[in-house]
Unconditional design. Structure first.
Lengths: 253, 351
């Protein structure tokens, strides 16, 4: 009998703490499938954020470091500079990466740090109970925007991939979603490309994954996936915003 | 051994490399700039990494990452920059990671000034970030001690898996003195806890400071404090000068202690029984040593470049058995030997 489907080795055999309908589990699995397929588990160090995936160090089977809120790209920089032979990835949410950690994100990208950033955009702070995130959409009701996000008061959401694609050190900036099988397959390809970029020393690679938070959105898992399609994708278009060898630029000066 | 005339900051940087420091992450700030500039020139040729970070916050978190791989690493800054690093220092301590942090102090609070100061004593010894933790704090008083203490700081940080700080000041950082570099054995003990890849041969290592179960967090803190208890018993260090018959003991650390020593010498010339107690470790504070130094003291005078911070530890260590007075200059003003002598005389040493 041949095995046709199994849990990736680099995903620990434990129960995840995520809420029902949350897509973190899918994204964890995609990252682990890629780590297994490229065969880098024994040589990889992952950096966890502060937020819902704060305990991801218990879920990834490679060596793991828990960073301070927003500082994962700096911590990853320290690992990678000390040990360039290691594969290093961060796994960060939107508050972590695009609010408190904006400086660390932008500067890791502009330095062309040879790391992978997996960026989970679910338009809310999940762990603390659903406050406004830097990615919260205009009109979106959260605990701290009870009347809906008003751009005149709270400003506009940040499109992270578009912003980082302007930086010369960025090798890959791609936005994907995990709301459907075709999108999930596309997401895996992007994650694989990011890790291959790191292996091939092409520079900073970020994969932004549009994700759901049924609990804090107050929606069923199915409704949450629908919202991702109807509300998020129009504001955060899927696609490749940059794809190059940032360490050997052809056209950029 | 070869003697070199070097600035304090540069000598410290050279000693750090010789002690096996392979990564330096920093952000520009006066008056520690020479450390960065020196390492920017030398680190790469020495097989190490120099990286200027986008902020003090990023620099200390880069230190966390490099340390987590088991690599000896360092950052340096001055007072306002150390405040920014305090978040990362708390995480490093909570994660039981070794590293060396240099604070070439300047006047505060706020942006303060850029002249020498010792007003970060409380910060370094009591509260360098949130939570229950301590740093090893070394207080050099010469360029030679900048060298010797940074070497020791790397060793002790590794031994106890905790951050160590060199608490210097702008005066020590900027002045030039002859130094010799000790023979250093760079052989380091293995770090089985490091995140350097499982190689599929061991369970994954986790470097973490999060414990959601109160009892687990409490146990983690208790085990750290057991190490601290051992450190308090074995790692204190101090210079005791002319204290055998001293009726007035001046306590001072770092550059201030050099000025105080001049005042003590002059007092002795004038027949006043004065002595000097200089802690070389600020945490752990040399409690046993200060009690030894003050065995015949009738008065103690704490002299500091601050509004009075170490004086708290002096009183606690002496359990308030001896009256402790204070003299300090702050904001970048360096106390004069004559001012300290005057204070010594006020304490009844004049007759």
């Amino acid at each position: 009998m041949s095995v046709v489907f199994e849990k990736p080795h680099s995903l620990c055999d434990v129960n995840l703490h995520y809420c029902p309908g949350c897509t973190h589990g899918i994204i964890h699995r995609l990252v682990c499938e890629v780590i297994d397929e490229i065969g880098i588990e024994g040589n990889t160090v992952g950096i966890c954020p502060v937020g819902c995936s704060v305990m991801a160090y218990d879920y990834f089977n490679c060596d793991m470091i828990e960073a301070a809120h927003g500082r994962a790209p700096a911590t990853a920089t320290g690992v990678k500079r000390a040990r360039p032979d290691l594969m290093v990835f961060t796994y960060q949410g939107d508050g972590d990466l695009a609010a408190i950690g904006t400086a660390e994100t932008v500067h890791a990208a502009t330095r062309g740090e040879n790391i992978v950033v997996i960026f989970i955009n679910n338009t809310t702070y999940g762990m603390t109970g659903g406050q406004m995130a830097p990615t919260t959409l205009p009109g979106q009701v959260t605990q701290t925007t009870p009347f809906g996000r008003d751009p005149k008061v709270q400003g506009y959401p940040i499109r992270v991939c578009e912003m980082l694609s302007t930086l010369s050190g960025t090798a890959l900036a791609q936005r994907v979603a995990v709301d459907s099988v075709p999108h999930i397959n596309e997401a895996k390809k992007a994650i694989r490309k990011a890790f291959e970029n790191e292996r091939d020393e092409k520079g900073f690679s970020i994969v932004e994954v549009l994700s759901t938070c049924p609990t804090n959105w107050g929606l069923s898992p199915v409704e949450a996936l629908e919202r991702l399609r109807t509300d998020m994708i129009p504001y955060y278009p899927l696609g490749v915003f940059k794809d190059c060898d940032a360490k050997n630029p052809k056209e950029e000066k | 051994m070869e003697r070199n005339l070097m600035k304090g900051n540069e000598a410290l940087a050279e000693a750090a490399m010789r002690a096996g420091c392979k990564c330096f992450f920093g952000y520009p700030i006066t008056p520690q700039t020479e450390i960065s500039a020196y390492l920017a020139k030398k680190m790469q040729a020495n097989g190490g990494v120099f990286l200027q970070a986008e902020s003090e916050i990023a620099a200390i978190n880069m230190v966390l990452g490099a340390s987590a791989t088991g690599t000896r690493c360092m950052t340096s800054s001055s007072s306002p920059g150390i405040s920014l690093k305090s978040e990362g220092i708390s995480y490093i301590a909570g994660s039981d990671l070794p590293c060396v942090i240099i604070n070439v102090e300047r006047g505060g609070p706020g942006l303060g000034g850029i002249q020498p100061s010792q007003s970060d004593y409380w910060q370094a010894t009591k509260a360098l970030g949130h939570g229950d933790f301590q740093l090893l704090v070394f207080a050099p008083a010469s360029v030679q001690e900048m060298v010797d203490m940074v070497v020791k700081a790397f060793d002790k940080a590794d031994e106890y898996r905790m951050p160590a700080m060199i608490l210097a000041d702008g005066l020590l950082g900027q002045m030039m003195e002859p130094v010799t570099f000790p023979e250093i054995s760079v052989e380091q003990k293995p770090k089985p806890w490091a995140c350097d890849g499982t190689k599929m041969k061991r369970k994954h290592n986790i470097i973490n400071s999060l414990y959601l179960q109160p009892e687990t967090l409490e146990n983690s803190n208790i085990s750290r404090y057991e190490r601290y208890k051992k450190i308090k018993e074995t790692e204190t260090d101090a210079e005791i000068y002319l204290c055998d018959d001293a009726e007035i003991v001046v306590t001072a650390f770092g550059a201030t202690a050099r000025v105080a020593k001049s005042a003590v010498n002059t007092a002795r010339e004038q027949g006043i029984k004065a002595g000097l107690f200089r802690p070389k470790t600020l945490w752990p504070f040399p409690v046993k040593e200060i009690n030894e130094a003050c065995k015949s003291a009738k008065n103690v005078l704490s002299v500091e470049m601050s509004m009075g911070q170490m004086i708290d530890d002096v009183k606690l260590a002496l359990e308030c058995r001896i009256p402790v007075s204070f003299f300090g200059r702050t904001g970048g003003v360096i106390p004069k030997p004559s001012e300290i002598l005057e204070e010594i005389k006020k304490l009844g040493g004049a007759e």
